[in-house]
Ligand binder design. Structure first.
Ligand code: XMP
Length: 507
């Protein structure tokens, strides 16, 4: 399969490059800068940004094999600097960082800026910059802070961009990447059935007649994976769902019922709420909560699976953003923001081989697969829900009382969104719990109780997001219902912060 290879130098945005290529229906893979796969079918390379400085010895470099292919190269940010450095240019650090919007002026004809206006609003995020060009290169664009904001060597088809075309803040970013695709001459014909075919091949070749165990969370990824695997290996698949007591209202019951009715798959449901709540008692720090939830999950799941016979594989619905956001790609140095985990550690402990067919996919691709195999809309289009569940939506200590209140508030919010036809126009909506006392009046009485927050965001990739502009009357109606129907809540607030600087979840 002809592809464009994305070389990962550790940028938070690496996955977005691959994502943009896949949006253009171009098959792409990502690999760490020092672990190249076979390059025979690679038609072009995109070098990601990264946290390093290209001047310091020992820092990541472009492998000579890449140059030897004589295929086009597009270097982005660090990728541009390291390309410049290795081609004989000079990169400097003036101690100044450029972060955020900048106006880019396209200065000369370049295939990379073809059919694009000459002044572009772009997104910068860098400390170093190219100070003098390598031989054979010319400047193609500049900004007020970066005289060499883009360069090219037309003959070699090597291009550099100091800004990030892969983030949505850069206007015409996708067009720039499309221009690079045209330069590489790759066809735009990669789709969901190709992905599914590849997964079927992988599973059939790897798993053969073995038995597979799947930890089902009820979210889109693990549910679609369960359906895909059931289709390929049938009864060789066993699904276990651990209800950690941090799920939304009626969630476990609905998931089990849905899979049975819609796909014919039986799920073993384990109720472990007490075990989880006991371990979480008194714990307030978010990352500690995540670790406890993850480890307890492993214990419960392990105990449960001991009851099963001759299992060889553990299947997980890990998707690409999980891999990157946890810096699971150990060769790179993407900074860990939150330690997302998908039952990490289980396969080694249980001596199981790990099957992660969605590891290179984005959520919308998983959804496309779900649709392609006929899963119903309400399963495929559900909002994502974090593995640690309501455990990270209650700020501070998690206990039964807070969980019950939050579950109820979340249910009111989501069911109202569905009723008013707003649910599917948001990417992720939920309630969270703030254990802050605030004064209210109910009837003639003073109440001094906790706060519920509502958050709804719109995003395509969950890396950046904007708060949904929900109608004021709607939010007011939800707020009134929550305060009236749930004891112990005196106030409701709506979070309008974007990501960045905030994250989507509060913890
Ligand atoms: P943040 O809060 O990082 O969220 O902006 C981005 C997306 O990731 C989800 N999220 C998690 N998912 N385990 C998960 O499986 C986690 O620990 C976790 N933390 C955040 C979040 O719901 C959003 O969709």
């Amino acid at each position: 399969m002809k592809k464009i290879l994305v070389i990962d130098f550790g940028s938070q945005y690496t996955q977005l490059i691959a994502r943009r290529l896949r949006e253009l229906c171009v098959y792409s893979e990502v690999c760490p800068w020092d672990e190249l796969p076979k390059l025979d079918e690679v038609e072009g390379f995109i070098l990601s940004g990264g946290p390093e400085s290209s001047n310091i010895e020992g820092n990541p470099t472009i492998h000579e094999d890449i140059f030897s292919t004589k295929k086009p190269i597009l270097g982005i940010c660090y990728g541009m600097q390291v390309l410049s450095f290795q081609e004989g240019g000079k990169v400097i650090n003036e101690g100044k960082k450029e972060f955020g919007h900048a106006e880019l002026n396209v200065m000369s004809e370049s295939n990379i800026f073809e059919n694009i206006v000459t002044t572009i609003d772009v997104w910068m995020s860098h400390g170093d910059k190219v100070d003098s060009l390598p031989q054979g290169y010319e400047i193609t664009a500049s900004s007020s802070n970066s005289p060499i904001a883009a360069f090219q060597n037309q003959e070699k088809k090597y291009y550099g961009l100091q800004f990030h075309p892969e983030v949505t803040h850069t206007k015409y970013g996708i067009e720039i990447i499309k221009n690079f695709v045209d330069i590489c001459g790759v066809e735009q014909n990669w789709n969901a059935s190709d992905i599914l075919k590849q997964i079927e091949e992988l599973v059939s070749n790897e798993v053969k007649e073995d038995n597979v165990l799947l930890a089902l969370s009820g979210g889109v990824d693990s549910t679609v994976l369960a359906a895909v695997l059931y289709k390929i290996i049938g009864d060789k698949l066993t699904c276990v769902m651990v209800d950690h007591g941090l799920l939304r209202k009626n969630e476990a019951k609905n998931v089990v019922q849905n899979l049975k009715e819609k796909i014919g798959l039986t799920v073993n449901l384990v109720n472990a709420e007490d075990t989880f709540l006991t371990k979480l008692s008194g714990v307030t720090e978010p990352e500690t909560k995540r670790k406890i939830i993850g480890n307890t999950f492993i214990e419960v799941f392990e105990n449960e699976s001991k009851k099963l016979e001759s299992i060889n594989w553990l299947a997980q619905g890990t998707i690409y953003p999980d891999v990157i956001e946890s810096a699971g790609n150990s060769k790179t140095k993407a900074k860990v923001i939150k330690s997302h985990h998908n039952v990490g550690g289980l396969p080694e402990r249980m001596d199981l081989k790990l099957l992660e067919p969605f590891r290179m996919l984005f959520k919308d691709e998983v959804r496309k697969i779900g649709k392609a195999i006929g899963l119903p809309h309400e399963i495929v289009e559900r909002h994502p829900f974090p593995g640690p569940g309501l455990g990270i939506r209650i700020i501070g200590e998690v206990n039964h009382e807070r969980l019950e209140r939050l579950r109820e508030a979340d249910h009111i919010f989501l069911s109202e969104l569905k009723k008013q036809d707003l649910y599917y126009s948001a990417s992720q909506a939920f309630a969270f719990y703030l254990p802050i006392k605030s004064v209210g009046v109910v009837g003639d009485n003073r109440v001094y109780a906790d706060v519920i927050g509502l958050r709804s965001v719109n995003t395509t990739d969950f890396m950046t997001a904007k708060a949904t502009a929900l109608p004021h009357e709607f939010v007011e109606h939800v707020s009134t219902r929550i305060v009236n129907e749930i004891d112990g809540i005196s106030r409701v607030v709506y979070d309008i912060t974007s990501k960045p600087p905030a994250t989507i979840e509060w913890e």
